[in-house]
Write a protein that binds this ligand. Structure first.
Ligand code: DHB
Length: 488
């Protein structure tokens, strides 16, 4: 519908992509205007020194500070992206015209993010990955997106679900629409982010070319191009939100809060619900483990992620340090250069959990996720029947009718259960073992779902590391080169 309206009276525009095309009548003759054309000349030349594993590298790069990626933006400050293109590394010229594109989102807490210089929002580890990618000769695109904190003057929350993922998809479509104008290989886009940004990068990568977002993309005047990405590297993805409370209590239910009491009855009820959820996923564990269930998942995590993480950590340590770590942690056995322990031993080692009960759909609507599922002028809503019914005291209460679809549009597991064929087939997932922002099973299920579909998955955890950790950035950069087949 919208496509036709935009093309009306502009026959000359038919050959160019539709959503991106406006129509200008100048001197009586119709002229097609590509409102979403990337301007290859709109850069400044910048230089930075990047500390890499081997040495400091001096990188000279073209910096495109801010390109609006939709034809009908509702918020240009957030719906824009920056592009960095290396042209010289340590004095040697590089040609990044066919390099992989690292697409980063700096979303945290489902809040908005912006690439405009007035709102710097990039931080620590993310910057490290971007800088290393640049120093490796890759193109780096940082995309701003709307988020739950944005409120219009009339009180409308215009960045709540599914705005952030719609924006990321629009950014990918913009890049592909500009293939050949924007430097880099738009068929080798690697999406990455941390926490809520990790969740969004995973969602972007599993939902490639799903028609379910078309209405939202059309409203923004997104480019009429594919939004498939090639690979994804989510860090500690806080995802599968409508099942995250169950998974959290299954995982951290016996762990105390730093202060205050937990609602033990609610914790038990949620944990019990996880049993059915996990069974319904029908996932097979890695390395012939068999069907993943609530009963065996602790052992699965220990064998698949936790013991290897501890082993790698202890192996790196000098002998004396390792001996003292092991002496302080007698629940860990060390034999044949391998760490061994039980799931309960691990849980008590982690200690206090970060979040209360429920961890995500808070009874008092105070969580970031309650806000993420707000709508219109309503700041926050329940997104699970469990919390809605508990909070209202109405055992028959139903979620608002718009929510089931929006919840699916925000959940990578939904698209994995659909076996969406437009998903990325190359994955790298990282998570800290001390990260209690979500359940380790949420991350395990994301990885297992991808593995069960036959995708290439490099999923691992960092021992004793917390939320947002990134302990092997050089490996990430090498992984990009390997999966994209880019020689550099
Ligand atoms: C983030 C952390 C959370 O605990 C959460 O619930 C959502 C997002 C974050 O760091 O992005």
């Amino acid at each position: 519908m919208q496509r036709r309206a935009m093309l009306k009276g502009c026959a000359a525009a038919i050959a160019v992509p539709m959503f991106a095309t406006g129509c200008d009548v100048l001197g009586g003759s119709a002229k097609a205007v590509d409102e979403l054309a990337f301007d290859p000349g709109a850069f400044t030349m910048e230089t930075k020194t990047v500390a890499t594993f081997e040495r400091d590298k001096k990188v000279t790069y073209q910096f495109y500070e801010s390109a609006v990626y939709v034809a009908k933006p509702v918020d240009k400050a957030h719906q824009s992206l920056s592009v960095s293109v290396p042209v010289e590394i340590d004095g040697a010229g590089v040609d990044a015209s066919k390099a992989p594109i690292l697409l980063t989102t700096s979303v945290a807490g489902y809040r908005s993010s912006s690439v405009t210089s007035s709102e710097p929002d990039d931080g620590g580890d993310r910057t490290k990955n971007s800088d290393l990618a640049l120093a490796a000769g890759y193109v780096v695109v940082a995309s701003g997106v709307r988020g739950r904190d944005l409120v219009a003057p009339d009180g409308t929350y215009y960045g709540v679900a599914p705005a952030a993922i719609v924006d990321l998809k629009a950014a990918v479509r913009y890049l592909r629409h500009n293939s050949g104008r924007v430097p880099g290989d738009t068929d080798r886009i690697v999406a990455t982010g941390v926490s809520a940004g990790g969740a969004l990068s995973a969602l972007l990568a599993v939902s490639g070319d799903s028609r379910m977002y078309d209405r939202y993309l059309a409203e923004l005047g997104a480019a009429d191009a594919s939004d498939v990405v090639f690979a994804a590297a989510p860090y500690c993805p806080v995802t599968d939100l409508e099942h995250a409370d169950m998974a959290y209590e299954w995982n951290w239910g016996a762990n105390p809060l730093r202060s205050g009491e937990l609602d033990a009855a609610a914790s038990r009820e949620l944990s019990t619900a996880f049993t059915d959820y996990q069974a319904a996923l029908e996932l097979q564990g890695r390395n012939g483990f068999g069907r993943l269930t609530a009963a065996n998942y602790g052992n699965y995590l220990v064998r698949t992620y936790l013991e290897p993480a501890a082993t790698a950590y202890l192996t790196r340590m000098p002998n004396a340090e390792r001996s003292s770590y092991l002496a302080a942690n007698p629940w860990i056995t060390w034999s044949g250069d391998r760490a061994g322990f039980t799931w309960p031993g691990f849980l008590s080692h982690v200690g206090a959990r970060r979040k209360g009960v429920p961890a995500f759909d808070a009874f008092d609507l105070s969580s970031p996720e309650n806000n993420e599922f707000g709508a219109g002028t309503v700041k926050a809503r329940h997104f699970t029947p469990f919390s809605l019914r508990r909070a209202t005291g109405d055992p028959g209460a139903q979620l608002d009718t718009d929510l089931p679809e929006k919840i699916s549009l925000m959940n990578p597991m939904f698209f994995l259960r659909q076996r969406n064929s437009g998903r990325a087939k190359h994955w790298r997932i990282r998570h800290g073992t001390r990260d209690t922002d979500t359940s380790l099973a949420i991350v395990g299920n994301l990885a297992a779902s991808l593995e069960n579909l036959g995708d290439e998955v490099d999923a691992a955890m960092y021992w004793d590391a917390g939320h947002g950790s990134n302990e092997d950035p050089e490996d990430f950069i090498a992984w990009i080169g390997k999966v994209t087949g880019y020689a550099g």
